[in-house]
Write a protein that binds this ligand. Structure first.
Ligand code: F0G
Length: 464
């Protein structure tokens, strides 16, 4: 039978105009932004692939649910609706809403990490690691080695390497570990999933030592989809059931609701541990708000509860990940180096392979993201040496193996014609790559420098 096209399981009810600019306008804009795509004005951007965070298009059901928001200061009906949705979909007992993911990370890190303790993570996420380190924790990378090789086709690059965890315990003892902070669809590795078999094994291992797994479940639905597609025994299970099983291996999770949960703002912490829940409620009052809203409006909690229901619909999540694959496959066909397999939330250009003539100290991924914007108004994000920051002890740059430009696809926002425009621009740059020069950093904030750092071209730009 002929392969049939599968279209998006929704139609468009409202549109938001976007504007194409001239090359001269974009050259000026990127110069003013210090060659940092985070510092561009979104009005100057044509297709915004900076992030999939908070950039989702909400459904008509979510918008109408917002009208039902109960804005009570305490005991809001909307909280109980979000709690019920979280319990059914993630399966944890206790819920603490927060204004976004990093607030849940802050609370978790402060409560669960004693200074000097290790916090093993499968690679790292910038804010998760920053909060662990602020709490005195020591980051320990336990991801499999395949994750560092953009060319490896290993389907489970988000997996945890048990041998690395075992070595840590053998050397320092289980008491030296605060908890295991494990992320599905590892963002910094290119949106790469772990397998259920791996999580099951890690969970059994952790139990032996009395160690808790606290998931960063920000992109757990995308990971559940990959398990359904790739792992033996899961093809006939729903994404919803797979997500429940996955979360069952954790004691709790932190979530940035701005991704999987299909909302523009929000996050939460969930756990089965009563003592942790009690302490988290004490802390959330200081930093966020009452435990029944935690930094969110009642209407935000309504949209979030409805988003959780929609995110586990099989045809939605299939179309979401397939759109990412549509763009990735176009780039692969054009011979452009990208991280393989194609990830769940974006396509990651391998800037080391793309700009092999630039040393990492000249910020190849930063340069490539700036060049992409100048070529077509497409905004991407650096995920390489700038994002990795410096080693607090030595003051040296961390030099991550992966030097990437992330083309992150917002959920339900762009069509595949937008993806075609992005692919054409990448191809143009690939063919003229020797003309892309490096950058030098002229302003460097102390923490999370990638957000606000400024750069200058090493070779002056001649404005045409
Ligand atoms: N964990 C992961 C895996 C994330 O990707 C993010 C945010 C957070 C935690 C923090 O959540 O932004 O709601 O405070 N990632 C965004 C991104 C910023 O663009 O990847 P937050």
């Amino acid at each position: 039978m002929r392969q049939r096209t599968i279209a998006e399981p929704y139609k468009i009810k409202m549109v938001e105009p976007i504007r194409m600019t001239t090359r001269a306008e974009r050259e000026r804009a990127i110069e003013e932004a210090g060659y940092n795509t985070f510092l561009l004005r979104s009005d100057d951007v044509y297709i915004d692939l900076l992030t999939d965070s908070g950039t989702t298009a909400m459904s008509d059901r979510q918008w109408s649910a917002m009208m039902l928001g109960d804005e009570a200061y305490a005991g809001s009906r909307s909280f109980y609706r979000m709690e019920a949705a979280m319990r059914e979909i993630y399966g944890f007992q206790h819920l603490v809403p927060t204004h976004q993911g990093r607030a849940a990370e802050h609370i978790t890190s402060q409560i669960r990490i004693k200074p000097g303790q290790f916090v093993p993570m499968n690679m790292y996420f910038t804010t998760t690691r920053a909060h662990a380190e602020r709490a005195g924790g020591v980051f320990f990378n336990c991801i499999v080695d395949e994750a560092n090789d953009p060319w490896s086709d290993f389907p489970w690059k988000g997996n945890i390497d048990l041998a690395k965890l075992q070595a840590l315990v053998d050397e320092h003892g289980a008491d030296s570990i605060a908890y295991l902070s494990l992320a599905p669809c590892v963002n910094m590795a290119g949106g790469q999933p772990f397998s259920m078999a791996n999580i099951r094994e890690v969970s059994a291992w952790a139990k032996q030592y009395g160690l808790a797994i606290i998931f960063d479940a920000t992109r757990a639905v995308e990971n559940a989809y990959f398990i359904q597609q790739r792992e033996e025994g899961y093809a006939n299970r729903t994404v919803k059931a797979i997500l429940r099983e996955m979360m069952g291996y954790g004691e709790g999770c932190t979530v940035s609701s701005k991704k999987d949960n299909l909302v523009n703002i929000g996050g939460f912490l969930a756990t089965n541990d009563d003592a942790f829940f009690r302490k988290a409620k004490e802390m959330v009052v200081i930093f966020e708000g009452m435990p029944t809203y935690g930094g969110l409006a009642g209407r935000d909690m309504e949209a979030l509860a409805q988003g959780m229901v929609e995110m586990v619909e099989d045809d939605y999540i299939a179309s979401r990940v397939r759109q990412v694959e549509y763009l990735g496959n176009k780039l692969i066909k054009a011979g452009i180096p990208i991280v393989r397999p194609i990830g769940g939330h974006g396509v990651f250009l391998d800037a080391k392979g793309f700009l092999a003539h630039l040393p990492q100290d000249e910020f190849p991924a930063q340069s490539l993201a700036a060049a992409l914007f100048v070529d077509s108004g497409v905004r991407a994000m650096e995920r390489g040496i700038v994002s990795a920051g410096r080693d607090h002890r030595t003051g040296e740059h961390h030099r991550p193996a992966l030097e990437l430009v992330r083309l992150t696809i917002p959920r339900r926002v762009y069509t595949n014609l937008h993806m075609d425009v992005v692919a054409e621009s990448c191809q143009e740059l690939w063919e003229t790559r020797s003309a892309i020069h490096g950058l030098r950093m002229v302003y460097e904030p102390e923490s999370l420098r990638f957000f606000q750092a400024r750069f200058e071209p090493l070779v002056p730009v001649l404005h045409g």
